[in-house]
Design a protein around this ligand. Structure first.
Ligand code: ADP
Ligand code: ADP
Ligand code: MG
Length: 472
């Protein structure tokens, strides 16, 4: 049995994994860079080790991290998301050093991390994919010829991309030629690999993804879908489970399709199959993420299954505890990615000290956070400092709960995306359950909200006015 896990990550996801370990009676080991000395995951884990002064490279050195896992007596390692989570080398080094990697095999990570190979595997398995290239593009001229065949608009994408980066929509030949070198250079910088490919651009699709889990014993199930259509610049902002935009028949279809996709690559552990749903109700495979996802929590809220604990059990060689027919979904869950960014100023990062933080609470509210009062957000990492997750029985009810919880949660010292989310929750189309990936761009007015004082500000302003009046 796994007794001690090295958590090869930081921030809220590292805290999330430590919590799963505690409930399973497993010891946890955190790693941190100098910049993260005061980070929450360091305080929560049973042990914590400094892995160097470079704020980013420390979390990216697979050999160092696995050495530390061995030296500290860990028998398993959880990669979280981002950093090395989709780097097959980490999984390989773990394998060689006798540390159980909590995730799929290196071969599957490699295959699915390459979007061209992933598309090929899916085509072979009979899964519909977005029409596009079957190999990496050689040059801009090849892109031009292929785009002419596919028809504009097209998406130029980094073959090894992730996190919404290295993707550009091209509406014309001129656009494509202008963007080609840009995407190649973005891909080289962000992913260390210059390869790019083309896909037909599905105009204003819905992003529907399915959580799957496979064990090493032939078991493979899905935990229903998430609707991640509320995005900005291909990055998710609000996620919902299940999608309020699917019929029961569509839900059943896409769940089965995702399991078929996972089985086709003999998938083991938790993963996500991402699809686009076009306006003709056609689903297309987009990519598979071979790791835990940021938004896994909403699936946990509607199914009651702890996905991280399930990942650990599977890595330990145990079979799935559930059959497909055991999995039920109840109500709706919604996740808000609370980013330290100023939505009124082009979402510029807003780093610095969180002078005060009041966590939200009450029925159906879950907060997975990396922040606390007094925490200084370092400038080197992702700007997501917390995830607010709400659950309720009905669609309208979950929206009201989201609004209430966002009002309940107060962060001073840095700007966050919270006020923007309140505006989205008030939008009639969103409330009507009709939205696609074009929603944010289609509603610039939601970013022009008036300055609203939180109630305690108002109270403080009134007290100050009274004090001034009384001359005290
Ligand atoms: P999810 O797919 O779980 O919804 P994201 O795509 O937003 O989440 O990615 C989660 C985190 O991992 C983000 O911090 C993102 O920047 C990072 N990330 C994801 N894929 C990559 C990648 N291939 N290379 C570098 N960072 C990545
Ligand atoms: P990443 O690996 O960065 O998550 P994805 O391939 O999952 O990249 O795409 C991220 C987002 O970009 C999608 O959720 C979707 O909004 C948009 N997108 C990607 N491919 C297409 C496409 N062919 N047509 C329309 N939108 C797309
Ligand atoms: Mg994706």
């Amino acid at each position: 049995m796994i007794k001690k896990i090295l958590v090869a990550n930081r921030g809220e996801i590292a805290v999330r994994i430590v919590r799963a370990c505690k409930e399973l009676g497993i010891k946890s080991v955190a790693i941190y860079t100098d910049a993260d000395r005061n980070a929450l995951h360091v305080k929560k884990a049973d042990e914590a080790y400094n892995i160097g002064s470079d704020p980013v490279l420390g979390y990216l050195n697979a050999h160092n991290i696995v050495n530390l896992a061995v030296a500290s007596g860990c028998d398993a390692l959880h990669p979280g998301y981002g950093f090395l989570s989709e780097n097959p080398v980490l999984a390989e080094v773990c394998g060689r050093r006798g540390v159980k990697f909590i995730g799929p095999t290196p071969a599957v990570i490699r295959q699915m991390g390459d979007k061209i190979q992933a598309r090929q595997a899916m085509i072979k398995a009979g899964i519909p994919v977005v029409p596009g290239s079957d190999h990496n593009l050689e040059n801009a001229e090849e892109a031009r010829v292929l785009a002419g065949k596919i028809g504009y608009p097209v998406m130029l994408k980094a073959t090894n991309g992730g996190g919404g980066r290295g993707i550009r929509r091209c509406d014309s030949e001129a656009d494509l030629l202008k963007n080609y070198e840009r995407v190649v250079s973005e891909a080289s910088k962000a992913f260390g690999k210059p390869e790019v490919f083309l896909e037909k651009c599905v105009v204003n699709p819905k992003h529907i993804e399915v959580q799957v889990i496979g064990d090493g014993h032939g078991g493979c199930i899905h935990l229903f879908e998430r609707d991640c259509s509320i995005q900005r610049r291909n990055q998710k902002l609000i996620e919902i489970a299940p999608s309020p935009q699917l019929t029961e028949a569509q839900r059943e279809y896409i769940g089965k399709l995702a399991v078929k996709a996972a089985r086709a690559v003999k998938y083991v552990n938790a993963g996500t199959v991402e699809f686009l749903l076009d306006s003709d109700n056609q689903f297309y495979f987009m990519e598979m993420n071979t790791r835990l996802q940021v938004e896994h929590c909403i699936t946990e809220q509607i199914t009651g299954i702890d996905i991280v604990q399930e990942q650990i059990r599977i890595a330990d060689g145990l079979p799935l505890q559930y059959r497909q027919e055991d999995i039920r979904h109840r109500g709706f869950a919604m996740e808000f990615r609370i980013n330290a960014e100023d939505p009124r100023n082009s979402f510029l990062p807003s780093f610095g000290r969180i002078t005060r933080y009041y966590a939200p609470g009450g029925p159906g509210v879950r907060i997975d956070a990396a922040m606390y009062s007094g925490y200084v957000i370092p400038p080197y990492y992702d700007s997501m400092v917390a995830k607010l997750i709400v659950w309720n029985l009905g669609w309208e009810a979950v929206i009201e709960r989201g609004k209430r919880a966002l009002d309940d949660m107060v962060v001073y010292g840095v700007k966050t995306t919270m006020p923007y989310y309140k505006e989205i929750l008030g939008n009639p189309e969103f409330r009507g359950g009709r939205f696609n990936t074009g929603f944010v761009d289609a509603h610039p007015e939601l970013l022009e909200y008036a300055v609203r004082r939180p109630p305690e500000h108002t109270a403080a302003a009134i007290s100050a006015a009274i004090a001034a009046h009384l001359g005290i």
